[in-house]
Design a protein around this ligand. Structure first.
Ligand code: PMP
Length: 355
């Protein structure tokens, strides 16, 4: 093998995704999927579309989905970009930042894919620690003298902490950096945050990224989207078409459109997860855990006297998988996806035995 090829590929630090176990009967609380299935209308729409969707090539522009999302979010279709999962949307957005002379700013701790993209695309970046209580301090994201950001990215609610930044704080960051693109990754916002989408008409530097994987229970369908100023969206389309990335397939579009059209199911299933999250947080607190306030479909918790890795391993022995990160500052925490009531009860019962 070429020495150059080995040097480049060995130099990469790939993302480590959460485990997708091969065994069926595990209580799977490790990758933040929605515990309830998508709207029944999604399944019907996919079934009805299947024959043509498989026979025909995909629609390269995903017009139906852009129209549905534009109507749902009160924007124009040319303000909507869609991709195969929000990871792909983010990948294209990062490519758009290539060769920017100013760095991309991001928090530590946050979604671990961001530094991976920076490494892959050699994007200069600056990592800004969260405060002691894992909040993002707005002042840290405002230009100071010569120090300016080329772009800023953060999840809101943050992952894996679940902590929410109020919308007025998001707006201060966006307004304070008019020269920088501000990417707000709202993968979990439907579980308790106010979306920044209503701000896009006022701030041409704001790009809000969403996914169908969490609140719409469609992680397997691979659908994500971004909403922003039409110029930002046009830039993303140019990146996508230069990359020749694969368009969303027709099954994904049929399912995603049906999901957007069933607002009642969406609202009700999110409300259920929020109620279960609150109940689980209370129970975990009663078990002695420090539980961070969460606006997401997971909780982030540590026990003052029990090691995080050991707890994760002990749960695993009882067929329950949760996420444990070996990273600095958070290696005592467990990130636990809010499951069905039965799954949450199984978790609490197991923890009672372990502790
Ligand atoms: N952003 C955040 C903050 C996430 O946690 C995830 C899920 N791992 C994603 C984006 C990507 O989700 P998807 O590609 O399934 O849309």
């Amino acid at each position: 093998m070429s020495r150059f090829w080995s040097a480049v590929t060995h130099g990469l630090t790939p993302y480590v995704p959460g485990e997708q176990p091969k065994i069926d009967n595990l209580v799977k609380l490790n990758t933040n999927e929605h515990p309830y299935g998508p709207s029944p209308r999604v399944i019907e729409a996919i079934q009805a579309a299947a024959s043509d969707a498989l026979r025909l090539y995909p629609d390269p522009n995903a017009d139906r989905l852009k129209l549905a999302l534009a109507a749902r979010h009160g924007v124009r279709p040319d303000q909507v970009f869609v991709g195969n999962g929000s990871d792909e949307v983010l990948a294209h957005a990062f490519l758009g930042l290539l060769k920017h002379e100013l760095p991309l700013w991001m928090p530590d701790i946050s979604y671990s894919f961001y530094p991976v993209y920076c490494g892959l695309y050699e994007i200069a970046h600056r990592i800004i620690p969260l405060t002691e209580d894992f909040t993002l301090r707005v002042e840290d994201y405002l230009p100071q003298g010569e120090r300016r950001a080329g772009a800023i990215i953060f999840p809101n609610p943050n992952a894996p902490t679940g902590r929410l930044l109020p919308l007025e704080a998001v707006e201060r960051i966006v307004a304070g950096n008019p020269e920088a693109v501000v990417l707000v990754d709202e993968a979990y916002v439907d579980f308790g945050g106010d979306s920044a989408i209503p701000l896009v008409d006022r701030y041409p530097n704001l790009l809000v990224v969403h996914t169908f994987s969490k609140s719409r229970s469609l992680a397997g369908l691979r659908v994500g989207f971004a909403i922003g100023h039409a110029d930002l969206i046009a830039g993303l389309e140019r990146v996508k078409n230069s990359f020749n990335s694969y368009p969303l397939d027709r099954l994904a579009i049929a399912g995603a459109v049906a999901s957007v059209e069933d607002e009642a199911y969406f609202q009700q299933s999110c409300r259920k997860v929020i109620a279960s999250r609150e109940a689980l947080s209370t129970q975990m607190t009663e078990l002695g855990f420090d539980v961070l306030p969460s606006a997401a479909n997971f909780i982030f918790a540590r026990h003052p006297s029990r090691d995080g890795a050991e707890l994760a391993a002990a749960l695993r022995q009882r067929a329950i998988i949760v996420r444990h990160f070996k990273a600095a500052r958070i290696d005592q925490f467990l990130r636990i996806t809010v499951g069905t009531d039965e799954q949450c009860a199984a978790l609490v019962t197991a923890l009672r035995k372990i502790l």
